[in-house]
Structure formats: C-alpha cells, structure tokens
Design a protein around this ligand. Structure first.
Ligand SMILES: Cc1cc2nc3c(=O)[nH]c(=O)nc-3n(C[C@H](O)[C@H](O)[C@H](O)COP(=O)(O)OP(=O)(O)OC[C@H]3O[C@@H](n4cnc5c(N)ncnc54)[C@H](O)[C@@H]3O)c2cc1C
Ligand code: SF4
Length: 453
C-alpha cells in the first residue's frame, strides 16, 4: 500500500501494483475437477427442479450437474449453451443467490445450496477452451436481420438467428462489442478480458457481421434498417443516465458512476485511474454498489454509499450489499442529497443530505440534514432509454414488447434492458434476445424452432 492512499483529492496510483492485482483478482476462484465433482455430488437431481424454474433462461440444471458428476463437462456445457449462449458470463455475474441457488432445495432445507453458478462456470470454461465453436450455422434461409446493440441481448439474438440460418448484421454505437459485459460489470467478476473472449468465441458460429461506431438515431435510422433487412431487433440497453438535479452538481469530480466504471473496465493499468480519498456514491442498485466497491479497491480511504430509501428497497442483492460492507463501504439509508458543496467554488468538497421517510404519499425529505466530506461523488441513480425511435410505443421508460419481444411496429423486435418486462440482468437480456430470435425465425419462415432443429 502506498502513502498516496492518504493524499487528499482525486489522484491516481494510491496503491502498489501487487495490491491492485490482488484487489481486482477473480471474485471466486474457479473449481477444479475434483471440487466440481464434489459440488455436483450434493445435487438431489430433483424432478421438476425449482432451480431450473428460477433460471430466466430455463437451463436444465440437474441435467448439466449430472453430466459433470459423470465426468462429461463438455456435454454439461452444451446443455447450458443450448439455452444460454452467454452461459460463461452468466456463471460469473448472475445473482444466483436470488435465482437458482435461492430456489435450490438444499438452500431451502439447509441454507447451503448446490454451487450452481460455480458448476456452470466449470463446465462452460471447459468447453470454451476448445476449438472449434460448438454450434454451426443453419442452412441459409436467404433472410437478413439487423440487430442494434452488441450487448447480451443483441449477441444472444444474433447467435440464435445464425443457428437458424439467417444472415445477421449487428450495429453498435461503440467500437467494441459486449455492452455492459465489457463496459459495466464489476472488473473482479470477469477478469482477464473474459467479455471480449466470449464475444469472439460466440462469433465463431459465422454469419454475423459486426459494424461498430453505428448509432441508431445518429446517421442510422430505423426506416433504413427496415428497408434493408427482413427484420430488426433492438437491444440497445439503457444508454442514457437519469438526472439528479441537485445544487452544485456541476462541480468538478461529481460524475456518473457508469462512466467511471466504463473507464475502469477499459483501463490496462489501474494505477493511472484517479480516485478520491473520500468518495460518496449516490444510489442503491448494482451500479452504486459496484462504483463503491471498486473505489475502495482502487484505494479510496472512505467510501459511503447513500440510498434514499430503506434496506428493503435496495435493488442490490444481499450478497452485493454484504460484499460492499466486507470491502469497507459504509451504507447509509433513508437519505437524499440536497447540495454538493465546494470550498473553492469549483471542486466538490462535501455533500449535504436530508433524511427521508417512505410514507403512504411517497418519499418525504425531512428538515434534518447531515453532511459527508467528499472529494469525489458518483451518481448511480439509474439509466434511461436513449436514441430510441419516437415511432415505437414506450411505457415507464422502456420499449413496450410482447412476451416474444414484438414491438408496436411490425417487423421490429426488442429485448434486454431497453424493453419492458425485464429485470435488468444479463441473464434476462440473453433470454429476451434468444426468444425474440426464435419468434423472428418463425415470422420469417413460418417454421417453429423445434421443427427447425
Ligand atoms: C454497473 C453495472 C453493473 C452490473 N452488474 C450486473 C451483474 O453483476 N449481474 C447482472 O446480471 N447484471 C448486471 N448489470 C445489468 C446488466 O449488465 C444488463 O442487464 C445487461 O447488460 C443488459 O443487456 P442489454 O444487451 O440489454 O444492454 P447493454 O449491455 O447495455 O448493451 C447495449 C448495447 O447497445 C449499444 N447501443 C446503445 N445505444 C445504441 C444506439 N443508439 N445505436 C447502436 N447501439 C447502441 C451499446 O453500445 C451496447 O453495446 C449491471 C449493470 C450495470 C450498469
Ligand atoms: S434444486 Fe438444488 S438439489 Fe435440486 S436439482 Fe436443483 S441444484 Fe440440484
């Protein structure tokens, strides 16, 4: 640990290289073959398994665990990828404690679930390490589909469309694919450039053309895509950020948490990333927790996450909250910012909060306030739709879609964070993209997925 940890202000290099490496190392070490067999042995192979029902992509969990148990991790991986082509990333980032592992009968009976996420990672890593890509393109249908957004939803959709024999062009505003897998997920959940490696592996199916630096709404229109393609899938995520509208928000070192996280994810050398000594994060979701934990791991001395409602309304999972606390993040509840203060008129020096109460008429801020010292503030109060064509019906900040992802415009589907009905998780985005692809296939060819196998 270096002395610069105690240096005031927002400075780079608070820690030595070894500490950065240690802090941002894999959150969970992968299981070896022996550990995987032992973990698999704990499964009861339940009939009508509740873990499978709890999985948004409906992976046949007892089946893949049985395949691991019998020493066949590659078949286990196929069972996973058949349902979820981003099963490798989902094994790393899924909040399993609120999905499959929460539903596991061993969790219900003993408070100790089968390690489903870790077993999924064991199997998918095993198969992904081999050549060639395990799926091949279907016989060409002659149909062309445009996919907007190369995040989990768009990639899952593109892969399934390629499997069904369609030609796919993926348009993404950025210069790199992966969406939030590449630019958002906490660095310690997917180290060693796993997101980029997974995209390359997925594209191994062929028939998917990637076009980067192409933003819908800026030189690329929905009408153009509808004219040039037989169908369009929108998987643009939530590229905008919600405004806070608090006095002093313009002060230096008050910024959006998603930008800080994206910078961190793209940094080759963490020692060049500036971080404050007293960091305040505003918000209660995954983005807030990730910004808070990663500030601490970059060497911030005091990190406080402040959320305007009570613990029951925090959208970050209990596991994420406990991880934050274990890393030294202080969580303050029932308070909202009323002013970002500055000693020099330019740079933030503290944040004043008002206590809140969640009453029957909504959130009420009290007269009682308190102030927290801050040289850096991250706003993580939610993302918003951006660049979505006005012709599409939206509700509550999302594109309205049917169960199979159909939007209000014929020939246009949507899924993932930008679409209604999801819960803003990687695995849900994958499920949406896959299901929309099957529906697009049916709409274009009249053949249902099962008949096409
Ligand atoms: C900080 C953070 C941490 C998270 N951690 C987790 C986690 O641990 N576990 C978990 O399950 N979920 C997590 N999530 C949520 C998860 O990342 C998202 O639910 C998931 O990525 C949504 O996938 P998507 O494909 O819908 O959108 P995105 O991943 O956002 O991808 C959208 C893609 O569309 C592109 N795009 C946007 N606008 C346009 C446009 N106009 N034209 C062309 N391209 C465009 C973007 O560049 C991007 O590549 C996290 C989210 C954040 C912000
Ligand atoms: S609920 Fe638990 S024990 Fe039952 S099949 Fe799923 S992982 Fe195995």
């Amino acid at each position: 640990m270096q002395n610069s940890q105690r240096t005031p202000g927002v400075v780079p290099g608070r820690l030595d290289q070894a500490t950065y490496r240690q802090n941002f190392d894999d959150l969970h070490a992968p299981l070896d073959t022996h550990e995987a067999r032992v973990a698999a042995d704990r499964c009861y192979f339940c009939y009508d398994a509740p873990c499978t029902t709890a999985c948004p992509t409906a992976i046949d969990i007892p089946m893949f665990i049985r395949q691991i148990q019998t020493g066949d991790p590659d078949s286990a991986a196929r069972t996973i990828f058949d349902q979820n082509i981003l099963g490798g990333m989902c094994a790393r980032v899924c909040p399993t404690e609120t999905l499959c592992e929460e539903a596991c009968v061993r969790q219900v009976a003993e408070g100790n679930p089968v390690e489903i996420g870790q077993l999924q990672r064991y199997a998918t890593d095993h198969l992904m390490a081999q050549d060639p890509h395990p799926y091949s393109r279907g016989a060409p249908t002659g149909c062309k589909v445009a996919v907007v957004g190369a995040g989990p939803a768009g990639l899952a959709c593109a892969h399934r469309l390629a499997m069904r024999g369609h030609s796919v062009v993926v348009f993404d505003a950025r210069e790199k694919a992966g969406g939030l897998n590449e630019f958002g997920i906490a660095a310690y959940k997917a180290p060693n450039s796993f997101a980029a490696a997974e995209v390359e592996w997925l594209l191994g199916i062929g028939g998917i053309e990637m076009r980067y630096g192409q933003r819908l709404g800026e030189g690329l229109s929905l009408e153009e895509l509808q004219e040039a393609f037989d169908a369009v899938f929108l998987g643009m995520g939530l590229a905008g950020v919600n405004a806070l509208r608090v006095e002093g928000e313009e002060h230096a070192h008050v910024r959006d948490a998603v930008d800080f996280i994206a910078e961190l994810r793209q940094a080759d050398d963490l020692s060049v990333l500036p971080v404050g000594r007293d960091v305040v994060v505003i918000g209660g979701g995954m983005t807030a927790v990730d910004a808070a934990i990663q500030s601490k791991l970059l060497g911030a001395e005091h990190v406080t996450m402040v959320y305007r409602r009570g613990r029951d309304r925090l959208s970050a999972s209990t596991f994420e909250q406990e991880l934050a606390t274990a890393k030294g993040v202080k969580i303050v509840l029932n308070a909202q910012p009323v002013a970002f203060n500055s000693d020099d008129g330019k740079t933030v020096s503290s944040v004043t909060f008002a206590y809140t109460e969640d009453g029957p008429t909504g959130l009420v801020a009290s007269e009682e306030t308190f102030t927290i010292k801050a040289d850096q503030v991250f706003k993580a109060i939610g993302q918003a739709l951006s660049g979505v064509p006005g012709v599409l019906e939206t509700e509550g900040g999302k594109i309205v879609v049917s169960d199979s992802g159909r939007t209000s415009i014929e020939g246009v589907w949507a899924g993932g964070d930008c679409a209604s009905g999801g819960d803003d998780l990687t695995v849900t985005a994958v499920a949406n993209g896959r299901d929309a692809a099957e529906d697009i296939h049916m709409a274009l060819t009249g053949v249902t997925a099962v008949a096409a196998e």
